[in-house]
Design a protein around this ligand. Structure first.
Ligand code: SF4
Length: 439
């Protein structure tokens, strides 16, 4: 895969008219936002906009630009701001910079809003490819073929509620890449199992309370599957797929640890039939004891989601029921104690993630849990709504997301970086690096 190139100079600012038509303004350079501040950028901050990315006009928001004549930051009050939602596997370095928010401007939906600029006939964005894995590259998704393969499988399994959910809902309705890959018989396959959750994330993608005036991008699963329903499709997938992974904990459900006994029994049943591939759990990590039982049953890896390595920031966002931040660190540590692979699904927010305090807290978590991997995921949330909900009215300048990635890697060279749960061969590669480094 050829890396996307940097522009020869900083791209021009782009904006949208009232009808959503997008234009460049060559009087201004594109600028970036981190926390509450606006920053000038350099060509190395940009790459061509990856295939599979989307562009959004931001209602009621005005774009910032660097005035090439005065060298000052200006807000164009007469047009709308524009942002990019980068394709999966690309981590944002700066958010889109927009000034005045019109009175009554709607809260932005649960997407990520990254810088976009224009130069030499192309759109550019501020991001880095953090994971070479192609499992969600748009080029690999032939819509018609996927629908055909999905319908074929649905006909073969009319009684399996979970396959019916993954087919009709996830693959065909939501175009979920994980469900589509399952029906194409490759890579990572999803296993949603839980209709309920013991967190109340402000930006939950499967349930949003009325008062949030936000819509959750997915509906939550409404039933708890059986062991047989799970085994019926996961065993064939593990036995036949390329780089096979099956993962509990998906965007269309609550928290899988609330039904850990079901997962335990399913893992035992799966491993009775096949030892191939990875059985992974995406989770909020709230129940370390349950995680230990799952490791004993044969779980291979865990991915704990978090918006921060700091207790106060985490709990202000997750609003946990009957668990605390310490539990999620403990869950990751237990997986490592059993020789498993432990990742964090790290919601990356320029200006929050790269704060000195966050950096120190992350170092401490890596050491405490002996983490295997950081998945630097873009935080899909309206930045002002998020900071407002956390009561954060001002922020010191961050060190820069890229700078933080470099510093962490220098101190923990065995730590893997990515965007997706790694297949067995990638885990082996990093475990070898660990051994060579005597970690
Ligand atoms: S842990 Fe997941 S399902 Fe639960 S509230 Fe948070 S985002 Fe929603």
């Amino acid at each position: 895969m050829k890396p996307l190139s940097h522009p020869r100079r900083v791209p021009f600012m782009v904006y949208a008219d009232a009808d959503g038509n997008i234009f460049e303004d060559e009087r201004y350079e594109a600028v970036g936002r981190s926390g509450y501040d606006v920053y000038p950028l350099v060509p190395e901050d940009f790459i061509e906009l990856p295939t599979g990315s989307d562009l959004f006009t931001l209602p009621g928001r005005r774009p910032y630009g660097l005035n090439l004549e005065t060298g000052e930051f200006d807000v164009r009050e007469d047009v709308q701001a524009v942002a990019a939602l980068n394709a999966p596997a690309y981590t944002q370095l700066y958010m889109a910079a927009f000034g005045t928010e019109e009175e009554g401007a709607p809260t932005l939906p649960l997407f990520c809003y990254t810088v976009v600029g224009w130069l030499d006939g192309k759109f550019y964005t501020t991001a880095v490819r953090i994971d070479p894995d192609e499992r969600q590259d748009l080029e690999n998704f032939d819509r018609e073929l996927i629908i055909e393969e999905t319908k074929k499988r649905l006909e073969h399994h009319p009684e399996n509620r979970l396959i019916q959910h993954l087919g009709n809902n996830c693959s065909i309705r939501y175009c979920c890449p994980a469900a589509r890959n399952f029906f194409m018989g490759r890579w990572e396959c999803p296993i949603p199992v839980s209709p309920a959750c013991n967190s109340n994330c402000l930006g939950c993608i499967s349930f949003q309370p009325e008062e949030h005036e936000l819509t959750s991008p997915q509906d939550r699963l409404t039933f708890i599957p059986t062991v047989d329903e799970i085994v019926e499709f996961t065993v064939p997938h593990l036995e036949s797929a390329e780089r096979p992974i099956v993962s509990f904990g998906q965007g269309c459900e609550g928290e899988p640890l609330l039904v850990w006994q079901l997962m335990r029994d399913a893992i035992i049943a799966i491993r009775k039939k096949t030892s191939r591939g990875i059985i992974n759990l995406n989770t909020n990590g709230s129940k370390p004891k349950a995680v230990e039982e799952l490791m004993k049953a044969g779980l291979n890896s865990i991915r704990v989601s978090t918006n921060s390595a700091r207790k106060s920031i985490y709990e202000a966002y997750y609003l946990p029921n009957n668990y605390a931040f310490e539990d999620i660190r403990e869950s990751a540590r237990i997986v490592r104690q059993y020789g498993g692979w432990a990742s964090i699904n790290y919601f990356t927010f320029p200006g929050m993630t790269d704060q000195e305090e966050e950096y120190q807290a992350l170092r401490d978590w890596i050491r405490f849990s002996d983490l295997s991997m950081i998945q630097w995921r873009n935080f899909n949330i309206d930045p002002d709504w998020y900071l407002g909900k956390l009561g954060i009215t001002e922020l010191k300048p961050g060190m820069g997301v890229r700078q933080m990635m470099v510093k962490i890697k220098q101190e923990f060279p065995h730590l893997a970086y990515g965007y997706f749960n790694p297949p067995g061969e990638v885990q082996v590669k990093y475990n070898t690096i660990r051994l060579e480094l005597g970690k």
